[in-house]
Design a protein around this ligand. Structure first.
Ligand code: ZN
Length: 81
């Protein structure tokens, strides 16, 4: 099941195509690579270590979040479109 989940979003982007979707995906990838504020120590050191898994490099706090950002808001909007 984990394999299907990992391939799913990318496959959908490829199927739908279109410049706007490609642009949206680039934006998502930038967000996925960005650092986010840690809910535990409040430092901007949270990095994506896996699909929906985030870890703070300062305090080691690991938590589950959205696929591309620590909060799942973006993931929800992608699902809707
Ligand atoms: Zn932290």
């Amino acid at each position: 099941m984990g394999r299907t989940k990992k391939v799913g979003p990318v496959g959908r982007f490829r199927t739908r195509g279109g410049a706007s979707l490609r642009k949206a995906r680039a934006k998502i990838e930038i967000q996925a690579k960005a650092s986010y504020e840690c809910p535990q120590c409040a430092r901007k050191s949270v990095k994506r270590i896996g699909l929906g898994v985030w870890r703070c490099t300062k305090c080691g706090y690991t938590f589950a979040g959205g696929a591309w950002t620590p909060s799942s808001k973006l993931g929800e909007s992608v699902k809707k479109s």
